[in-house]
Ligand binder design. Structure first.
Ligand code: KIV
Length: 286
């Protein structure tokens, strides 16, 4: 039996470590939904954080186009390119021994037609070692999803608030509100499931709308600010760890305050160098 078919590998992603599979695969997402086991995901943009989150048993790492903001300093995710994301995705894939690594297709790399979408998805799979791709859009992206899946590449869909369309949506606005909004969200969710997506991110939608979608679908729903009823939770790691210094969405729970910790450390280093406290006397280096 191949390593990927071992009993351990077939287990659901029960928080990682020795209890979980050796490598999380898309079938574990299905299994987790069936067993009512919550899935966890974080974004990652580099080898070091990928290794840390992987060792902690995070089930999937998304090399999000949020790298446009967090790594490259753009105001939105729109400018980030395939060529900018590929090296980051490669670094994350090298650092993740267990987690499923998902490459985000950036704005302008898949919308025009399914052929373009398949071409971009193949580039990520071939050049990075990612295990799946993610793209934004429900009904409007269903054909792209269908063709990428037919090419043998797993797709995570992303509906609700889709940052690549933030100008079209009128800013950072909650989606899926009211009867019409909830009905559109459900149509989008059904379209991506029918097209073959293995999971769907619901970003910034009311928790009751997210509950309805989660109950209607057989694929897992992953919440980004969509409340507790989804099958899993995903956060942008720099928000989650308190490294982001700008605006942080209200739904984010911060599990650390890394910006302050690093600023304090940099101040302490500068003061030690100024005062001669660091480096210590020469004989310690002989
Ligand atoms: O790019 C990203 O980080 C994302 C998540 C917020 C879903 O798309």
């Amino acid at each position: 039996m191949a390593a990927s078919d071992s009993a351990q590998d077939q287990a659901a992603p029960y928080g990682g470590g020795s209890a979980g599979p050796k490598r999380v695969r898309i079938r574990h997402f299905q299994q987790a939904k069936r067993d009512g086991v919550k899935i966890t995901g974080l974004t990652s943009y580099d080898h070091l954080t990928a290794g840390i989150f992987d060792r902690a048993g995070i089930d999937f790492l998304l090399v999000g186009d949020s790298a446009g903001n967090t790594v490259f300093g753009y105001d939105t995710t729109l400018p980030v390119t395939v060529d900018e994301l590929i090296p980051l995705t490669r670094a994350v894939a090298r650092g993740a021994k267990r987690a499923l690594v998902i490459a985000d297709l950036p704005f302008g790399s898949y919308e025009t037609n399914p052929r373009e979408a398949v071409h971009t998805a193949i580039r990520f799979m071939k050049e990075t070692g990612a295990h799946a791709v993610k793209l934004e859009g429900g009904e409007r992206s269903a054909e792209q999803i269908r063709h990428i899946v037919e090419a043998g590449i797993p797709v995570m869909a992303h509906i609700g608030f889709t940052p690549q369309s933030e100008h079209g949506l009128g800013g950072h606005v909650i989606q899926g509100r009211g009867d019409r909004g909830a009905a559109q969200l459900l149509r989008d969710a059904r379209a991506v499931e029918e097209a073959g997506a293995f999971a769907v991110v619901l970003e910034m939608v009311p928790s009751e709308a997210a509950r309805a979608v989660t109950e209607a679908l057989t694929i897992p729903t992953i919440s980004v600010g969509a409340g507790p009823h989804c099958d899993g939770q995903l956060l942008v790691w720099t928000d989650w760890a308190g490294l982001t210094t700008g605006r942080i969405p209200r739904f984010v729970k911060q599990y650390a305050q890394l910006a302050q910790t690093l600023e304090d450390a940099a101040n302490a280093f500068r003061e030690d160098v100024s005062s001669g406290e660091y480096p210590a006397s020469e004989h310690e280096y002989e």
